[in-house]
Design a protein around this ligand. Structure first.
Ligand SMILES: *Cc1c(COP(=O)(O)O)cnc(C)c1O
Length: 466
């Protein structure tokens, strides 16, 4: 019997009585709320004539609603996009060492702000500051929620109500709505642009400095590069100009890698320690880009400038949680043993993964993916280019390998590729690739051995629509 009129819709209490097992397992509140919502949905469907319902289906529909309420929204996926530090997929994978550190901080009281030796209130950032000083040679360091917050705080503390001088070539938009001119405005800082998009000279800065100037800022143009007829003023020269005028110089590095990547065969990114050595008073960078740790904004610099930054009221508003500090401390500690960093830091491991290893992984899953995609698709191993991601080294691509899944029929191929991409995304652990040139590309750089079985099981469980 199909439910055809509102009068045939069972009352909530009857549906709940039929779902007694569900109520026993998950409690009355949640199940009753979902039962009401379900019955309202049935009523709406009847009135609109959009769907039919059978009384016997209601119990399983209710169970589905309850389970989907309880299923976590945030869950692991397979990142086969080829972008290693993918902002939309959570950026850096944290090192194994961070896991027990975070778990312990979650489950037991900690000495977060308690000095165990003195038996009194302590500083929550002591451990992380000591590590950052050791690793960068900075006099002082502090930490906030993300690098955007670090920039906002720096501007607010050093230049609110006054002027900050920046090259026109460095007024970047980072993505996610973070535009340097807007951040300046929200910090109450007047932006003074100097130079042109492609060329800025020392004289441009000198001319712009006046009585209202509070700060000079260098921004690492992390997500694009100006090539050709270009000129910019390096940190060392700019630090000289800042000192002549008694002004602080800030550098926003963005990715801020703590080790030289060139011995690993990667391009060299400027490091915070380089910026400090060049004379910057404060350097800001992210914790979850090349550093490979949790989301955080790190600030290293002179004792004086970091103290001014710490004293600003925004610092309290932007402070990090004990979980972030636990993960960050564990990550930074790995840098004390740089020789083993390739093994201990997933970000570095993925960025430096050997090409033959990636190719072997792609070949390993070629047949299984062909079965999962179905006879309408050709699957083949392809050389691909991975990206580092998060704006780090935007122009550099890493040789990689993966599978190209291409519809055999040219007609309707765009639709077929989208449908396949959607099917892979709807797996219990979503598989996320990228679509390019009428094919789905799966880059295997970020699929490592510990996930092989889970990935294979998923492919085995998905079948082409008949
Ligand atoms: C990424 C980036 C930021 C923002 O850092 P988040 O950690 O994402 O907040 C700021 N400046 C630059 C140059 C960046 O590359």
């Amino acid at each position: 019997m199909t439910i055809r009129t509102p009068a045939q819709i069972p009352p909530v209490h009857r549906l709940l009585a039929q779902a007694a097992g569900l109520v026993a397992e998950h409690g009355h509140s949640l199940v009753a709320r979902e039962a009401k919502a379900l019955l309202e949905q049935v009523r709406a469907d009847l009135l609109l004539g959009t769907a039919q319902h059978h009384p016997g289906d209601l119990r399983s529909a209710l169970a589905q609603r309850v389970h989907s309420c309880l299923a976590p929204h945030l869950r692991p996926v397979f990142n086969l996009t080829g972008t290693v530090i993918h902002t939309n997929l959570g950026r850096a994978l944290l090192p194994q060492d961070a896991v027990p550190a975070v778990t312990a901080a979650m489950l037991a009281p900690t000495n977060l702000e308690f000095d165990l030796a003195a038996g009194q209130r302590g500083e929550r950032e002591d451990a992380v500051e000591a590590l950052l000083r050791q690793l960068t040679g900075a006099e002082a360091a502090t930490v906030v929620n993300n690098n955007a917050a670090a920039v906002l705080l720096t501007l607010s503390a050093l230049a609110a109500g006054r002027e900050c001088v920046v090259s026109r070539g460095e007024l970047v938009e980072i993505g996610g709505g973070f535009r340097m001119p807007d951040v300046m405005a929200s910090a109450g800082v007047r932006l003074v642009e100097v130079g042109t998009t492609n060329r800025t000279h020392p004289a441009d800065y000198r001319r712009a400095i006046g009585a209202a100037t509070a700060l000079l800022l260098k921004v690492h143009t992390s997500n694009y590069r100006v090539e050709g007829f270009t000129a910019s003023v390096g940190e060392a020269e700019l630090a000289g100009i800042a000192r002549e005028h008694g002004l602080p110089l800030a550098s926003d590095l963005g990715a801020g890698c703590l080790v030289d990547l060139s011995p690993y065969g990667l391009p060299r990114e400027p490091m915070p320690q380089d910026m400090l050595a060049a004379g910057c008073d404060v350097v800001t960078f992210s914790g979850d880009k090349l550093l490979g740790g949790p989301q955080a904004g790190l600030l290293v610099g002179t004792r004086d400038v970091i103290a001014r930054i710490r004293r600003h009221p925004l610092k309290r508003a932007l402070r990090v949680s004990k979980l972030t500090l636990a993960a960050l401390e564990a990550t930074l500690r790995l840098y004390l043993r740089p020789e083993s960093l390739r093994d201990t830091l997933p970000t570095l491991r993925l960025l430096t993964r050997a090409l033959p290893d990636i190719e072997a992984t792609a070949r390993r899953f070629e047949a299984a993916l062909a079965r999962a995609a179905g006879p309408a698709f050709d699957v083949r191993v392809m050389p691909l280019k991975s990206q580092i991601g998060s704006g780090a080294l935007p122009v550099e691509l890493l040789p990689s390998a993966g599978l190209q899944v291409k519809p055999q029929a040219a007609k309707g191929s765009g639709h077929a590729v989208e449908a396949l991409a959607r099917r892979l995304r709807s797996l219990p652990r979503a598989v996320i690739g990228r679509v390019a040139d009428g094919a789905l590309l799966l880059d295997f750089r970020c699929l490592e051995e510990n996930d092989f079985d889970a990935f294979a099981a998923q492919l085995a469980a998905t079948h082409p629509a008949p």
